[in-house]
Write a protein that binds this ligand. Sequence first.
Ligand code: SF4
Length: 185
Amino acid sequence: MKLRVHAVEPRSRANGPGARFVVWTAGCTLGCPGCFNPATHDPRGGNEVEIESLAAQLAATRGIEGLSLSGGEPLQQAEAAAALLLAARALGLSTLAFSGYTIEEIRALPHGDAVLAQLDVLIDGRYVSTERLATGLRGSANQRIQLLTDRYRRAEVEATPVAEIRIGKTGEVVLTGVDPLKLRR
Ligand code: SF4
């Protein structure tokens, strides 16, 4: 099974509690005005990657405590997303996903329940630019932190830094987080 992936960041501290492996899926049709990541919208963008390959990358990455799925819209590839989350859990990693769908909408999606069954934390709901928040992992105030297991407390999720800048060995600059550029203006 394959997941269409926009980007991967093997170690981030701005996408959930602790150091996390982050996968941004490619493809989103939800069209939130003011979306901060339009480069991820094309459902034919990025690359198709085997779940086994991503699981192997997860297993080889030292010092991470979890996997975060972002996008794009992970729930528009729900079956593959559930398979990747399952693989992360099998490695003892915690799991978190950002979705533009609400949890109620996810329950009605094909394979939506399978994704929820593999998640510790879900940040749900469309980004609403007029309710911009950009803190505590929520892009806007309508979005909710759904604690689906007892792995984390809400305060631990909310303590996630709003932005992160990493400069790679070859000089590439990686910006991530719920507020990578605007710094909550
Ligand atoms: S769901 Fe996320 S990626 Fe999709 S349009 Fe809304 S903010 Fe952008």
